[in-house]
Ligand binder design. Sequence first.
Ligand SMILES: [Ca+2]
Ligand SMILES: [Ca+2]
Length: 279
Amino acid sequence: MKRLLVLALVLVFTLTNVGCGSIMGQLRKIADEQNQEDSSTTTEAETTESTEEVTEATDTEESEDDVKPTQELVVEGAPLIHDFELSGDLSDSITPGTELVIHPNTGNNRFIDGVWQWTADQHPGGGLILLTDQISNPENYSIGFRIKFNDVGPSWKKILSFREESVDGGLYFSDGKLQLYPFNVDENITYSANTFYDFILSREANKMMTVYVVQDDGSITKVYEEQDLRDESVPVLVDGKYQFMFFTDDYSTTAEWTTGGSVDSIRLWNGSIDEVRFD
Ligand SMILES: [Ca+2]
Ligand SMILES: [Ca+2]
């Protein structure tokens, strides 16, 4: 959309110099409509994404690990309320925001090339904790994260917990596949270790849980669409805040954690989303 506007402006400028009045007027209209459309549909999320895009464009030392699809990933339907870029700290790009917490069992960890990297050598593994009091309704939210794991098997490696630490449910890699437990394993995609995947989970108040996987080849795959009738994906309330626990296992099992990995970003939207696409 932005590219179209720039193209239109370049054409307007060119045509001004050759004196094509009526065509120029048409192009101005297109540009104005574009502006109106932009301002009417610009959400907080899109504003933030624009800022991020500018930052990335000026970053000339982007490492191989940080390479993303050239098109911009657009997520529509709910405002973005947390955006952790993990470029050197655990802070939130969105105000008032919050700060991620490093799980106390995490081994070595550091920020490098725009990601947070960690290791773990004992149960329940290591990772990050997101606590938020900014979700209007815990049954209606979306969460996204771009991660790579050292291990996507054998058996299960937990990615995300919604409930208490005693609960086995949550999102896992399972023998190189994905499983939103207690739902069945999804067979759509075979995952590799040491490879980035962007996951977006969206929960509607009517209990529909949808999971998208965005791969670095630019593909977007809807891998789950399930009725979460037992509210297993509703985040647990801990000291007045809703908790999402990343990368550590629960205490229902003892070996379902990865020995380490990297996380490039974590995002939370205040509501379910309608669409994930590249622009
Ligand atoms: Ca488990
Ligand atoms: Ca990042």
